[in-house]
Design a protein around this ligand. Structure first.
Ligand SMILES: Nc1ncnc2c1ncn2[C@@H]1O[C@H](COP(=O)(O)O)[C@@H](O)[C@H]1OP(=O)(O)O
Ligand SMILES: [Mg+2]
Length: 443
């Protein structure tokens, strides 16, 4: 099945209203049937700036953050010294089953979301108590992921921490939506053909409510954002299905399905990606690197963060929605760092995927005071970046802690970049935050 763009067929990541100087990014309809290519450029620049570890030239290299990566054709296959063979063998076999299940679940959910985005009707949008829009696709995506986890995992009593619950769907007046949702889930399952099942509305409600786990520091917990970037989804722009697995409080695998992200770099928008296919799946497992493939199936390609060391050649990603991140602060950080390029604003954890494959160097996220970050908004994206050789921290430089339950306890914001740029980025963040608090103090 070919990946298809959204209803507008133009995933737009233009500058937010009033965002003068930001880089408009209009993603046009894809030209079909062109081969997806990863960018060897990223690999070459990494070779040129990283020490080789052993005489197996081009086999082993150390990423700038000290993590070891092996050049391998498939997930986890490697060559080299005995110790690394042992280490990589355990890295390659651990969580293998879970990763395959996560890919299956996210791909199926993405298919459902693509169907809905194409046919979206205003009446699909309900209002949650927090007033953010939620669609039949959020529920359908969560139900499908939950069903795949239940069918495929050997332990049926899995723990799932997910964004949606069935509360609104159980209310009077939601019957029609529930009927449509059940049909959508069943149609997606039957088109896929893996499972010969037909779900009732109650089955769908129960599947959604499997996502009520609170997470925490012990055991395994799946973490799901069924549609990350609901606003982008409704606009016909970028969104992601983000699924991760925590084990003893650490993210051990992550899958990001980005149905509207072009397979080619969006750095030089207006150029290569206009011919690219749309719909990417990023897959990361602890110790085994990050891979990208087309959502409609292509062999996975290992991806790496950009090796750019100089801020004046760097570009940065931030939220499309001005309400999600303080753009005056991010602009001040970029200025202090010496970044020349305007911000690239796109919705959802698609930013993490784009950064992981080197489309840009920096991600800045500074929500307004009082906003509490949820683990499902960052778990999959974080491992996609770290396994590609990048670093993700809070504004004080601490790693994100996914072991505290549903929320991340954060110092102000989230930043990501490559290890070479991180020290200067952290200094710029600290300076900009200090300046901001001093200016608030003077008022
Ligand atoms: N006021 C807010 N500030 C920051 N993030 C928000 C806010 N409201 C919703 N979000 C969440 O931010 C994420 C999108 O981030 P981005 O701005 O990078 O696209 C989404 O998970 C979105 O929730 P949701 O998943 O319900 O869409
Ligand atoms: Mg989200």
């Amino acid at each position: 099945m070919a990946a298809t763009p959204g209803p507008s067929a133009a995933a737009t990541a233009a500058a937010a209203a009033g965002g003068a100087g930001s880089r408009p990014l209009r993603l046009s309809p894809p030209v079909r049937n062109l081969p997806a290519r990863s960018k060897p450029r990223q690999l070459f620049s990494l070779f040129s700036s990283t020490p080789l570890l052993c005489p197996h030239f081009f086999k082993h290299l150390t990423c700038a953050n000290g993590a070891r990566y092996c050049c391998s054709d498939s997930f986890g296959n490697s060559e080299g010294g005995r110790a690394s063979v042992v280490a990589m063998a355990s890295a390659s076999t651990a969580y293998e089953r879970e990763l395959a299940v996560a890919k299956k679940a996210a791909s199926l959910a993405a298919r459902l979301c693509q169907t809905v985005q194409k046919a979206i009707l205003q009446s699909d949008v309900q209002s949650k108590s927090d007033k953010s829009p939620v669609t039949v696709a959020d529920y359908g995506s969560q139900a499908l992921v939950s069903i795949v986890l239940e069918k495929e995992l050997s332990a049926p009593a899995f723990s799932l921490v997910a964004e949606e619950d069935s509360g609104e769907l159980r209310k009077e007046g939601a019957q029609e939506m529930l009927t449509r949702l059940t049909k959508l889930v069943n149609d997606t399952l039957s088109a896929d053909g893996t499972y010969d099942i037909s779900l009732t509305p109650d089955d769908v409600l129960a599947a959604i409510d499997k996502g009520k786990s609170g997470g925490g520091p012990s055991g395994k917990h799946w973490v799901l954002d069924p549609i990350d970037g609901t606003k982008g989804f409704l606009r016909g722009d970028q969104y992601a299905i983000a699924l991760a697995l925590l084990d003893e409080g650490k993210v051990v695998l992550g899958v990001l399905a980005c149905p509207n992200l072009p397979s080619a770099s969006i750095r030089d928008h207006g150029k290569h990606y206009l011919q690219a296919q749309v719909g990417c799946l990023f897959v990361a497992k602890v110790g085994a690197g990050t891979y990208m493939q087309l959502l409609d199936g292509s062999s996975p390609t290992k991806v790496y963060v950009s090796a750019t060391e100089t801020p004046d050649n760097a570009s940065f990603f931030e939220s499309y929605e001005a309400a999600h991140s303080m753009q005056d602060l991010t602009s001040s950080i970029a200025k202090k760092l010496g970044v020349q390029a305007p911000p690239v604003r796109i919705d959802s954890q698609a930013k993490y995927g784009a950064l992981a494959r080197g489309d840009g160097e920096i991600y800045l996220r500074f929500p307004r005071q009082g906003y509490r970050e949820k683990i499902w908004d960052h778990a999959a994206g974080t491992i996609v970046i770290t396994e590609a050789g990048g670093v993700v921290t809070d504004a004080a430089g601490n790693p994100l802690d996914f072991s505290k339950g549903k929320y991340l306890d954060l110092d102000t914001g989230i930043i990501a970049t490559n290890p070479k740029l991180m020290p200067s980025l952290l200094r710029a963040v600290q300076d900009a935050l200090k300046e901001k608090s001093e200016s608030v103090g003077r008022l």
